[in-house]
Design a protein around this ligand. Structure first.
Ligand code: HEC
Ligand code: HEC
Length: 174
């Protein structure tokens, strides 16, 4: 049968590919291991002069971002992020990440989130009709449709988020 032949061919190709991969793996691990890791060091392999000196190596507590051993998950907690408690009206707007980035929420969101279809406190202060009077930035035109807030912009926290007070593990140079 034609399909049967095709299946056998695919199967054979896969076995062949697997064999080639295994061979390549065996070859690379045998050749590219200057420190003889995995082999018995006393097996006559002289330490290569280019071997990485121990001062340039990382222990298993230095490899990961969390600076804990990678071999134990017990009691390892991610850093706790805190957020500003400054109420709306008393905070300072934050610098934008880039010119068209949604600005971050500079004030506390305590009691304002989550946004629900029947309760969205953000619009009580940020719609164009009220924003100026409350010294809040009005939502821009792009958020409006047919004279009202566009439904696509209803869920503010989908794009606008508060900034967590955490130490950056890696600096952002975007
Ligand atoms: C009680 C009024 C009030 C409420 C409710 C409120 N805000 Fe604000 N918001 C402000 C004011 C006022 C500012 C200006 C900074 C300040 O004075 O704290 C501001 C600033 C912001 C900014 C920064 C704007 C910029 O130009 O950088 C964003 C984003 C924002 N709010 C989003 C939200 C979101 C999202 C919600 C709902 C979770 C919300 N706000 C709820 C009053 C409010
Ligand atoms: C789909 C993503 C999205 C949603 C949802 C959204 N925004 Fe925005 N918002 C943006 C982006 C992007 C900008 C920046 C636009 C720009 O500067 O051209 C922005 C800008 C703003 C600004 C700053 C305007 C200015 O002139 O500086 C305010 C305030 C704001 N949004 C409030 C809100 C509020 C309140 C809601 C919910 C009712 C909301 N946004 C929903 C993406 C979003």
């Amino acid at each position: 049968m034609k399909t049967g032949n095709l299946e056998t061919l695919i199967f054979k190709t896969r076995i062949l590919r697997l064999l080639v991969t295994l061979l390549a793996l065996a070859f690379t691990s045998a050749c590219s291991d200057p420190q003889g890791g995995g082999h018995d060091a006393s097996a006559g392999v002289a330490a290569s002069p280019t071997a990485v000196s121990s001062s340039n190596t990382y222990g298993d507590e230095g490899i990961g971002f969390r600076k804990e051993t990678l071999f134990n998950e017990q009691g390892v907690e991610p850093p706790v992020a805190t957020f500003t408690t400054v109420a709306p009206g008393s905070s300072q707007n934050l610098e934008r990440a880039f010119s068209t980035a949604p600005p971050q929420i500079p004030h506390s969101t305590e009691g304002l989130l989550p946004i629900k279809t029947d309760s969205n406190s953000c619009i009580a202060c940020h719609l164009p009709a009220v924003a100026a009077a409350l010294k809040a930035t009005s939502v821009p035109d792009s958020h409006m449709r047919d004279g009202g807030l566009s439904n696509a912009r209803f869920s503010c926290s989908q794009c606008h988020v508060p900034q967590a007070n955490v130490e950056l593990v890696v600096d952002n140079n975007f």
